[in-house]
Design a protein around this ligand. Sequence first.
Ligand code: ZN
Length: 500
Amino acid sequence: MAVSLDTIISLCKRRGFIFQSSEIYGGMAACYDYGPLGVELKRNVRDAWWRAMVQERGDIEGLECSILMHPDVWRASGHVENFTDPLVDCKSCRARFRADHVEGYEAVYTVTARTDGGATERFEVTLGPQIPTKVIRPGYRHNGAVLEEIAEIKFKGSPRTCPTCGNRELTEPRLFNLLFRTHVGPIEDAASTVFMRPETAQGMFVNFENVRGSMRRKLPFGIAQIGRSFRNEITTKAFVFRTLEFEQMEMEFFCKPGTDEEWYRHWVNERFNWYLRYGIRRENLRLRQHDADELAHYSRMCHDIEYNFPMGWGELEGVAHRGDYDLTAHMKQSGKNLKFFDEETKEAITPYVIEPAAGVDRTALTFMIDAYHEEEVRGEKRVVLRLHPAMAPLKVAVLPLLKKRGEIVEKCQALTAALKQRWRAVYDDTAAIGKLYRRQDEVGTPFCVTIDVESLDDGKATVRDRDTMEQDRIELGRIEDYLAERLVLNPPKVAEPALG
Ligand SMILES: [Zn+2]
């Protein structure tokens, strides 16, 4: 059953997962706030990623970099010059949007490029449905030449229609840089300009030698980081699918050239299987390899792990082969040696890098979409999030059948206090039992424990399973063990060869 995005957005707001940012002031577009249950879901996503990427392995180290970095980092990476989208303005209604979102978009880019022989050439590339705009950047290879500069962009053919007002008064496309800028210190000039990082990856590259040296690492090894990044996207879309600030989970795996293809396959499979391990349905996942024309300038190979979102198949995670592009660029910009010296072969090696990169926000949204179910139970609609227990914001809710009976409430609170030592557990007596069950189903709580009048005699409570709605009578003293057996928070790894 396909769920609409509106249904998910409404659930997120109603049940405290995600709110529009600054809502009382009319909202801040493309920014969102995570509510009490959204915070728990995101923590679970991060924890599961960290477990798989760092804790369970021996070859990856963690890192946490500052968001503001030396501006040269972004000059070396190419973001200052090349991290751009082509934009157009409507002279009639003043709307501004991405040129490649205009219907029937085709544009002619006049570019200068350097051939393998060293000569500079000027030529034209037509961009449109075949070649997406994001790849035409300095460093892009086209017909044996490396692109150096984009001189001019013009729409191909007759004037285009504004998607907002319908008039045909669009400007020619111009390139717009996606970096957020701010200033360090009291003077706002070019010298004080710094950037909010657009990705966490560069932090790993500039700390390659720090981590390698301090942890006595040899190739291959990886560096993992979770943190916020910022992109001044003109076209944000689909709720938290693309936002101005977002949280990334990135890992740079440094290996010897020659072993790179094997590691690349390893990481595509590992990451694909991570989603299966935490319960994402196989039929909603697929792998898509980028065509050569579609690869970013730093990338030699790239696979997207795609999910079947309500708005269609879209990227969930990218695994990219970045070659030695980044370390080489930083060596050039900084003048520092970032090569690895192999004691055995007495060789200085510039490692190749395989990078799996996912977003916490998009992953959390995916878990919700995939888990969402509606069913009819005794003539009533039941909404249930069949989240994997590891992802469920709350693991267990303790509910009194009669909140007027002091002994029942006391027993409930004592049990909740005990369960809280191990899991995220809550006590709730704000409605009748049927309604309390429905509330917990809707937020994906795997188990509810109900204490009733009978419990006072037999010392047992009712444990209800979210998915089957089956109920077991369990002795109060055994409930913790009972739940521990069923709450599988660390599911076994899956080994499906998605990429052979
Ligand atoms: Zn317009």
